[in-house]
Design a protein around this ligand. Structure first.
Ligand code: NAP
Length: 480
């Protein structure tokens, strides 16, 4: 692999942190140190915000066509560099390199889609109640956007924010997760190559408390766009109230996956396998509670267990289905959920332990796990596990399963498998979730409005709605 850049990018310049400090970054598959990165703080964040603020008047006034061309160039460059970006991601995040490339290309698609959408951020003209007036509605870029992103999708969670923000005419400062700064920095190399003017996109890696505080306190930041855990999202929302900043939040999920007795069980098992083991269960939309009708439980459990036994686990650089978990904390949480469920009466069908020894010795590996007999008193029923554990819960009636599915403060993704349209419409209407997959376990499509309700967040990313969070509505009353 070619040399990886490991610096901050502020105002079009690669730079060290003011602190001159660096922190080490480790490969979750092997425990080896792969790089060091600067520890940015308050002053770096401030410099990045100043740069974004200074660049805003110029960038927001460029013709949409011009922004579109640069966004399209970024797309082309990400695609051309996809193999390298995927390897960087696997090294720091652990997901298999094939899956990492899939994420890189999906992330690139946001630039393609928003390169086109940049030209269609239209307004409207509304007839007034007074004949001499016309009401003009414009959508104007909100200003400087501070984007904070997690480690589980190190590339696409950035592009899903930055592409619509730039399309709208905003400028951005990104703080990526400390576990995965290299994928983020590699994207910024591409932004530079694509000819994005200095200051339009800046990246600060480092101390979350200091950087986050500056994002919140600096009145030049007009918008906070956050993807991550619900507790941090709540904190940012609360703190943003002081300056009434616009906030959008993509937070944690606790997805129900409902299998009705008339479902195509093979398709449901295959869909569940993909959904549950994508990124080793470390996704906000992965099935966390699998509700299986009592009449098909034995058959579906057997079908899924057979597929699960074929899942291969190992270093993502080799040809495996799943890699390691991100760190020891993640592994301890997964194991804690499994122990708690077993202590409260769940049955272990597959897995249920850390993988150790041999190639697994220095990484954070957990065996793909299937639990049955899960009940609402167990942690797996209540909390996001964020790991390779499939907890099965049986149900008898539609009312019962809808009540259990909604029995959570989260409301991001949900899934149901049935061949019956009436069941589909009734249940989809009643599920308190921002997204419902119906005989479909993938939900991340660039054209679609991705996002949650309840404590899973606010705002939508992707599609036409994805621009809404980066624009303000201004109305002009014309009287002639
Ligand atoms: P996290 O702990 O909330 O961290 C997310 C980001 O926030 C990191 O960059 C983190 O940096 C930063 N952060 C933490 N405290 C901060 C503060 N006070 N000010 C500013 N930034 C702060 O979440 P995570 O563990 O990385 O990600 C997993 C979570 O993300 C899961 O709950 C998952 O469901 C959710 N997620 C949601 C979506 C969605 O679209 N809804 C997508 C992906 C992931 P530090 O680590 O340095 O503190």
């Amino acid at each position: 692999m070619t040399e990886m850049r490991t610096q901050l990018f502020i105002n079009g310049t690669w730079t060290e942190a003011r602190s001159s400090l660096r922190s080490a970054l480790f490969n979750p598959a092997t425990g080896e140190q792969i790089a060091t990165v600067p520890v940015g703080g308050t002053e770096d964040a401030r410099a990045a915000i100043e740069a974004a603020y200074a660049a805003f008047p110029g960038w927001s006034r460029t013709a949409a066509e011009e922004r579109s061309v640069i966004l399209r160039r970024i797309y082309d460059l990400i695609v051309a560099n996809a193999d390298r970006l995927a390897e960087i991601m696997t090294l720091e995040q652990g997901k298999p390199v094939k899956e990492a490339k899939g994420e890189v290309l999906w992330g690139a698609d946001f630039f393609l889609w928003y390169s086109e959408e940049a030209k269609r951020i239209n307004g409207e003209i509304i007839p007034s109640s007074r004949p001499t007036q016309r009401i003009l509605v414009q959508r104007q870029p909100i200003g400087v956007v501070a984007a904070i992103t997690p480690w589980n999708f190190p590339s696409s969670m950035i592009t899903r924010k930055v592409a619509p923000a730039l399309a709208a005419g905003c400028t951005v400062v990104v703080k990526p997760a400390p576990e995965t700064p290299l994928s983020a920095i590699a994207l910024f190399e591409i932004f530079e190559q694509a000819g994005l003017p200095a200051g339009v996109a800046n990246i600060v890696v480092g101390d979350a408390q200091q950087i986050g505080r500056e994002f919140l306190d600096n009145d030049k930041v007009r918008k906070i766009s956050f993807t991550g855990s619900t507790p941090v999202g709540k904190f940012l929302l609360e703190q943003s109230a002081k300056q009434v900043k616009k906030v959008s939040l993509e937070l944690g999920g606790h997805a129900p996956f409902i299998v009705f007795p008339d479902a195509d069980l093979e398709a449901a098992a295959e869909g569940l396998l993909y959904n549950k083991f994508q990124n080793n269960g470390q996704t906000c939309i992965c099935a966390n509670r699998i509700f299986v009708h009592e009449t098909i439980e034995a058959e579906f459990t057997e079908l899924f267990a057979k597929k699960l036994r074929e899942v291969t686990v190992g270093n993502g650089m080799s040809d495996v289905n799943v890699g390691p978990l991100i760190h020891e904390r993640a592994l301890a949480k997964v194991d804690g959920h499994v122990r708690d469920a077993l202590a409260k009466g769940a049955k272990l069908v597959e897995g249920g332990a850390r993988l150790a020894g041999g190639e697994y010795e220095s990484g954070h590996y957990y065996a793909p796990t299937l639990l049955t007999g899960v009940t609402p008193d167990m942690d797996v029923f209540r909390e996001e596990t964020f790991g390779p554990v499939a907890p099965f819960i049986t149900f008898r009636t539609e009312d019962e399963v809808v009540a259990m599915a909604n029995d959570t403060p989260f409301g991001l993704a949900s899934y149901l498998y049935t061949r019956d349209l009436a069941t589909t419409m009734r249940v989809a209407d009643r599920l308190e979730y921002g997204m419902v997959g119906i005989n479909e376990s993938a939900l991340g499509y660039v054209q679609a409005p991705f996002g949650g309700i309840k404590q899973s967040g606010m705002g939508r990313e992707g599609g036409q709605r994805g621009v809404d969070d980066f624009v303000e509505i201004k109305y002009l009353n014309l009287n002639f």
